[in-house]
Design a protein around this ligand. Structure first.
Ligand code: TIU
Length: 222
């Protein structure tokens, strides 16, 4: 495949597309639609919906290059046996993980709310990782997929910047993977936390990676 250079902070980043995967974190109805986990945690899910259009543009461009594409979904087995007690015990009040909400049982695999939104839904052949935690490397096959495909760089989209994106970016570093985050393709329920997480990633010479945006990635892919 081919090498591209993406305008980014703290510096431009040169990558080989053959060694790069687009990683789309948890753009599930449970987080971005009303009546799901995000809302029951006390958040406005509409704050996350701005990621959908730019992520779709990058997804279409990535599909056209033949790049590896990986989607993740946060959720639990119906019997909750994979859900840490700490996660079950902390919620904003009202419904919580496993309870029946307007989109089925909250954050449970196979329920309507667990699905990735239609606009960025996986196509056959794309990798889908189901994860019980925030960090997509925790108790999943992500690391072996990356090893098998010889992936060295992850281009990040998804939600939320400060929780599942952030924890996966920091984990990627410890796995020897470069993390490149598209700022307009990630969002938080809090703008303060979104900005803080992006600052943390790119500070100190890019201690956890690079911050770019969809326009810079699309320009580099052209
Ligand atoms: N996917 C993800 O980020 N899970 C969360 O629980 N995020 C929150 O911001 N709560």
């Amino acid at each position: 495949m081919r090498k591209i250079t993406i305008v980014a902070e703290p510096a431009p980043v040169a990558i080989d597309l053959a060694e790069t995967a687009l990683l789309i974190i948890d753009i599930q109805k449970d987080f971005v639609h009303h009546g799901g986990y995000g809302e029951f945690l006390g958040n406005d899910p509409e704050l996350l919906q701005r990621v959908i259009a730019p992520t779709r543009m990058v997804l279409d461009a990535a599909r056209a290059t033949g790049m590896t594409i990986i989607h993740t979904r946060e959720g639990h087995l119906p019997d909750l046996s994979d859900c840490p007690p700490t996660k079950l015990e902390r919620w904003a009040g009202g419904l919580r993980i496993g309870d029946v909400g307007p989109m089925g049982r909250i954050l449970i695999r196979g329920e309507a709310g667990h699905a990735i939104v239609d606009e960025v839904a996986p196509l056959p052949g794309e990798i889908v990782i189901d994860k019980p935690g925030k960090n997509a490397f925790y108790r999943t096959g992500l690391e072996s997929h990356l090893r098998d495909a010889r992936i060295k760089n992850l281009l990040f989209a998804g939600v939320t910047t400060d929780v599942c994106v952030g924890s996966t970016v920091t984990a990627a570093n410890d796995h020897g993977i470069n993390a490149i985050v598209m700022a307009d393709c990630v969002a938080s329920y809090s703008l303060t936390r979104h900005t803080a997480m992006l600052d943390i990633i790119k500070a100190q010479g890019g201690i956890f990676g690079w911050v770019t945006d969809s326009a810079s990635v699309l320009a580099a892919l052209e």
